[in-house]
Write a protein that binds this ligand. Structure first.
Ligand code: NDP
Length: 246
């Protein structure tokens, strides 16, 4: 069990990619705290299922865009269970639209969740990680943050920002025993992709070398790798997991 005795904190863990990440870490012996915002019943169900299997998982409510709430939730987790070994910033949203027509609230919500949310959670976990000179942060970015996509300026900017945050924070804390990396998934079959009209999804598939959407677990396995000692010399990188899309 590669993560026996380790405390892992995953944002947005009740469904989609986050849920797959929670399950992978719990399978590997970690004690996993995962957050939810609106999916309370799915979160409690996941906690109950994993606990019934003899694994360690706890769901906590958190809107990652709230600076004070993120600090308070992480502080409570550290008080209860000790320093967090691994943070996975997974929570994310889309609110698509052409920039000329985009409401300010759509811009703010996407940036505040996808980018500021990661800042909030990194800030919250770092003091304890620096204190024991060890820790890993994995940020879930997107290939859209590298390639851009029409009607996704807010999302593209948030994920490009997250890739920049990853590089910069790695330089800031790499010398203090903390590894910060990111994953840039392509199109993964989750609720987020379900929001895209069928006609557009068919166009997406044509751009993917392997001819299919990815599975959430195919991202989770890379998160596990980046958090493990097998990735001990990987700092500040963004690993593309996109079936050959970009
Ligand atoms: P889903 O829409 O399935 O899940 C989104 C998750 O984010 C949910 O768990 C949701 O929690 C959580 N979340 C959203 N807003 C907040 C918030 N303000 N505070 C806390 N949690 C929040 O998406 P995916 O699983 O597909 O996406 C996971 C990550 O992967 C995201 O960062 C996304 O941008 C990224 N990604 C996804 C791709 C895809 O094709 N699916 C491709 C590339 C990147 P709740 O349900 O409790 O509200």
């Amino acid at each position: 069990m590669r993560f026996d005795g380790q405390l892992v904190f995953v944002t947005g863990g009740a469904r989609g990619i986050g849920q797959a990440i929670v399950k992978r870490f719990a399978d590997e012996g970690a004690s996993v705290i995962f957050t939810y915002r609106s999916s309370e019943s799915a979160a409690l169900q996941l906690e109950a299922d994993l606990t019934a299997q003899g694994k360690q998982a706890k769901a906590v409510a958190l809107d990652v865009s709230s600076h004070d709430a993120a600090l308070a939730v992480v502080e409570a987790a550290v008080q209860e269970r000790g320093p967090i070994n691994v943070l996975v910033n997974n929570a994310g949203v889309t609110e698509d639209g052409f920039l000329m027509l985009m409401e300010e609230s759509s811009w703010d919500n996407v940036i505040d969740t996808n980018l500021k949310g990661a800042y909030n959670c990194c800030k919250a976990v770092l003091p304890a990680m620096i204190g024991k000179r060890s820790g890993v942060i994995v940020n879930i970015a997107s290939v859209i943050g590298m390639a851009g996509a029409a009607s996704q300026t807010n999302y593209s900017a948030s994920k490009a920002g997250l890739i920049g945050l990853t590089r910069a924070l790695s330089k800031e804390v790499g010398g203090k025993g903390i590894r910060v990396n990111a994953i840039a998934p392509g199109y993964i079959a989750t609720d987020m992709l379900e929001k895209v009209p069928e006609r557009i999804r068919r166009q997406f598939i044509e751009k993917i070398s392997c001819g299919r959407f990815g599975e959430a677990d195919e991202v989770a396995k890379v998160a596990l790798f980046l958090a493990s000692s097998e990735a001990s010399y990987i700092y500040g990188q963004t690993i593309v997991v996109d079936g050959g899309m970009i």
